[in-house]
Design a protein around this ligand. Structure first.
Ligand SMILES: [Zn+2]
Length: 128
């Protein structure tokens, strides 16, 4: 029975190479401290560019490299508002013109509505 058992190892899980006589590339340990005080240690190749930030293994907050330079705050662009975008397309004078156009249209409509209401009122009084 036992000779029918297929023996094997999972592909890629086991290496039959030994570590003996193998020289590892030089490494360094980078330690990251998160705002909550957790320390995350990451090995890096000595010649690698060690990132200034690394996600904390415990809480996921961004940790800063211990003894590293503080990353410069990126100059943040002020958020572009709808008003800013509008001003990119039209000048204030043009906007004033558009506003007046729209107000005229609205006032005309309102005038027509009021006139219609008045004439309806007159018709009602006549018929009464
Ligand atoms: Zn943390």
């Amino acid at each position: 029975m036992s000779d029918r058992v297929l023996r094997g190892t999972r592909l890629g899980s086991v290496s039959y190479e030994s570590d003996r006589h193998t020289e590892f590339a030089p490494r360094l340990q980078a330690i990251y401290d998160c705002p909550d005080g957790h320390a995350t240690t990451m090995p890096f190749a000595a010649e690698a560019d060690v990132p200034a930030r690394w996600e904390c293994r415990v809480c996921g907050a961004p940790g800063l490299l211990r003894d590293g330079e503080q990353p410069e705050a990126k100059p943040t662009k002020p958020a572009r508002t709808h008003w800013d975008m509008l001003l990119e397309r039209r000048s204030v004078a043009e906007l004033e013109e558009v506003l007046n156009e729209r107000l005229t249209v609205l006032h005309d409509q309102q005038g027509r509505v009021k006139a219609a209401a008045k004439s309806a009122e007159r018709d009602r009084k006549k018929s009464a």
